[in-house]
Design a protein around this ligand. Sequence first.
Ligand code: G3I
Length: 371
Amino acid sequence: MKPTRLAAAAFTAVALSVPLIPVAAADVQPLGHTRKDTLRQAAPRGFFIGTAVAGGGHHESQPYPDPFTSDREYRKVLAAEFGSVSAENQMKWEYIHPERDRYNFGMADKIVRFAKQNRQVVRGHTLLWHSQNPAWLEQGGFSKAELRSILRDHVKKVVGRYRGSVQQWDVANEIFTDTGELRTTDNIWLRELGPDIIADAFRWAHEADPGAKLFFNDYGVESVNAKSDAYLALIKRLRAQRVPVHGFSAQAHLSIRYGFPGDLETNLRRFSALGLDTAITELDVRMDLPEGGVPTEAQLAQQADYYNRTLTACLNVEGCDSFTIWGFTDKYSWVPVFFQGQGAATVMWEDFSRKPAYSTLRSTLAGASRR
Ligand code: G3I
């Protein structure tokens, strides 16, 4: 259960007195954003503070119209607060390529246009993944040669369409298991075509848009662990073969149920040391909601601390210039849909009023001195 708008607004005022998190007086206004006090305004030059653009995926089963196109307040905040946008679902295979001979570029085009109008960069998500693939692909019974040409055509067509408009592409998403093995069971590309297809996907993407930075992206790779080790080893091999891999990103779907991944900065530095860009791409911090659905002050303080430590780790690492949260309002978050009894994972309540997490991000951005 989510907090009601009223309960959330009332609680914001209470939460803002949490001693752990210094909060500026201006934040006590629950609504009303001006250009001067936004995250993107506070961010250092060249540092992109981003969000996922809500649409597709779980939103299609929720009782509201498409957020990005239908919610005016949402669009206003999206434009005002963020310097980078990621398509939450609208560039995934099942959405953008629903039939073998038909692409559905409408919504992705709208996002890219919106970004241009609002001087935002775009993160493209995603090209080679085991999930959210259309049935025609997964159950098509294609030969190896057909699959290879289907992937090549898709990558060339989608990346080529947005050539010059996408700053970073998540070329390969979630290709390792938590123990560091390639997902050769559920990832159709790896299962059918073997690991060499990864290098091909990066090469095709690079040919289609030589200016886009090409990333590996995953969850559970915030720390130094078997999965992030596997990425490090793979990326070293690929770079030695001159495969155009430019970045490694940690999604950072965190929960206050678990400890903060305190070695995040150390981990990012390992990739940075290879000459790669790094990024935080899908940060949210969920929590178990108490009865009544309203988080406690302590939970909100801990959440703010997790957001802030993630941002600080990124700011401290050279080449970590892109920091994206997976949605900015609880109104549209994927968390309560996936995790029963959990939620409140974003930096704004359902009515777009700001949580302590928002304030701490903004003040850390404003105080950051980079290079
Ligand atoms: O495919 C079924 C369809 O058959 C069914 O009729 C329909 C009814 O609800 O559900 C469809 O599945 C939905 C799926 O998107 C495909 O569109 C799920 O319910 C829905 O929960 C799912 O949500 C998306 C999720 O990715 C899928 O993994 C979320 O909107 C999206 O926020 C989330 O984003 C991912 C990133 O891409 C990668 N990293 C993790 C992150 C969170 O899971």
